[in-house]
Design a protein around this ligand. Structure first.
Ligand code: LRH
Ligand code: MN
Length: 386
């Protein structure tokens, strides 16, 4: 198989998971701007996600967030997805929106509050049983705002105890993905602030516990691809929450703020064997001012472009230059790949997949945007409900 054919084959099997909450209204503490045609329930979110998959061909699963996507019958929701060529993906817990969680959830000083939080996490595993999902994604807003507010070590003990109870409940083919975040909403100490803390807890728990790298959750200047390379080497990279940012957890379209960083990350994924391993490529974004479905289509295309460029890195030339200590030569090999216009290659891939080579244009021509604005009148638009 020629290199080009191998690259195209890899791109055809790529799978990007889209987040249900990105189809709903979102914003900042200043304003959540409602948009016409936004889904009112999880089924309509899946209907929109099906359009992303229809036009990109590589977005076959949708992550849910509980309780934002709470329904009476999760098996029926899974069937709704299947009827539209989709599967339900990661189940995201939410222990950050109840008044009880002011001082934390699984790390809260009060055992009754910790019990409430763990019961929610166990409920999410029950939902995974019903939807057939295998990933439980855990992000904790837990932390403190002032030195002395609580005992940093005691909170880690509480976290470990909660995670261990949930770990025991996981089925054989299920896993937990622990997501870290440097700060926000906590502004002094976050209980899972960095990859090291997440990794340490996952190591103690066992093979079904892995780390999620949300690209918006690091201090400015962090070399995220180094973290990716290290977690892959440790076989503890469970997945990504892809987005991009200029400043903090901006949750902008992946690849929009820093396409070179996304390329470097995908290069380390490929170098570390992550494309053929059980690494979940999920989007975690908020489309506060832009049209949501086209933004998600564009985001999937950005992941495809970064992946294609990374797959085109001339590895033998790079290995040789690196071994020879040829600094500029080695850097040039990577920059050549990054500088390659892969859009013609991706158009070919889409045509060979029986898709329109221009997903954005195809979506615009589909009339779906006008259809949902006309039909989705009344009812409560979906959002974070914060
Ligand atoms: C936290 C986070 C987490 C989700 C939420 C939607 O910032 O990245 O992954 O639960 O966003
Ligand atoms: Mn995230």
């Amino acid at each position: 198989m020629t290199e080009r054919a191998a690259v195209k084959a890899a791109l055809k099997t790529q799978a990007v998971e889209t987040p249900s909450w990105a189809y709903g209204n979102s914003g900042t503490r200043f304003k959540v701007f409602a948009q016409q045609g936004v889904p009112r329930d999880p089924r309509e979110k899946l209907d929109d996600a099906a359009k992303v998959h229809e036009f990109t061909g590589v977005a076959p699963t949708v992550a849910l967030h509980i309780p934002w996507d709470k329904v009476d019958d999760y098996a029926a929701l899974a069937r709704h997805a299947e009827d539209r060529g989709l599967r339900l993906g990661a189940i995201n817990s939410n222990t950050f929106q109840d008044d009880a969680y002011r001082l934390g959830s699984v790390c809260h000083p009060d055992a009754a509050v910790r019990r409430k939080a763990v019961d929610h996490l166990l409920e999410c595993v029950g939902i995974m049983d019903a939807t057939g999902s295998k990933d439980l994604k855990l992000w904790f807003a837990d932390g403190t705002n002032y030195p002395g507010q609580d005992d940093i070590r005691a909170r880690q003990d509480r976290l470990a105890e909660a995670l261990a109870e949930v770990y025991e409940r996981l089925g054989d083919d299920q896993r937990m993905l622990l997501e870290y975040k440097l700060f926000e909403p906590a502004f002094y100490a976050t209980d899972v602030p960095d990859w090291g803390t997440a990794y340490a807890h996952c190591l103690k728990l066992g093979p079904k516990a892995q780390v999620v790298v949300d690209t918006g959750h690091h201090a400015p200047g962090t070399n995220i691809e180094f973290i990716v390379a290290t977690l892959l080497r440790e076989e503890k990279l469970g997945g990504f929450d892809f987005n991009s940012r200029f400043y903090a957890d901006d949750d902008l379209m992946v690849g929009a703020a820093d396409p070179f960083q996304l390329f470097r990350i995908m290069y380390e994924v490929i170098r570390g064997g992550g494309l053929s391993r059980d690494v979940a490529f999920m989007l975690d974004q908020c489309h506060n001012v832009e049209a949501k479905i086209p933004a998600i289509i564009r985001s999937v295309m950005n992941v495809q472009e970064a992946t294609a460029k990374a797959l085109l890195v001339d590895r033998p030339a790079l290995d040789e230059a690196q071994r020879a200590g040829d600094v500029l030569g080695a850097n040039a090999v990577l920059m050549d790949a990054f500088g390659t216009d892969v859009r013609p290659l991706l158009r070919e891939v889409r045509e060979e997949m029986g898709l329109d080579p221009d997903p954005m244009g195809a979506y615009a021509r589909s009339g779906w945007a006008e259809k949902i604005v006309a039909e989705r009148v009344g009812g409560q638009q979906a959002g974070w409900g914060a």
